[in-house]
Design a protein around this ligand. Structure first.
Ligand SMILES: [Zn+2]
Length: 63
């Protein structure tokens, strides 16, 4: 058995499931491309959720 204090962190890109690690500047993604895809997903979700929130904001704005 070797020194186990430096265990390699195994991680997989949540987009394409390729291997990635914390040393990757795009971690937890494997590449900028996957990072952008994930960001796009969030922006898309936010956009959908924003609609009802806008209505609430209007109600709060009405005094
Ligand atoms: Zn990826």
């Amino acid at each position: 058995m070797k020194n186990e204090t430096t265990r390699p962190v195994k991680a997989h890109c949540p987009i394409c499931e390729q291997h990635t690690d914390p040393n990757n500047r795009h971690y937890p993604f494997c590449s900028e491309r996957c990072k952008t895809i994930d960001l796009g997903r969030w922006v898309d979700e936010k956009y959908k959720i924003t609609r009802p929130i806008e209505q609430r904001d209007l109600e709060e704005g009405v005094d």
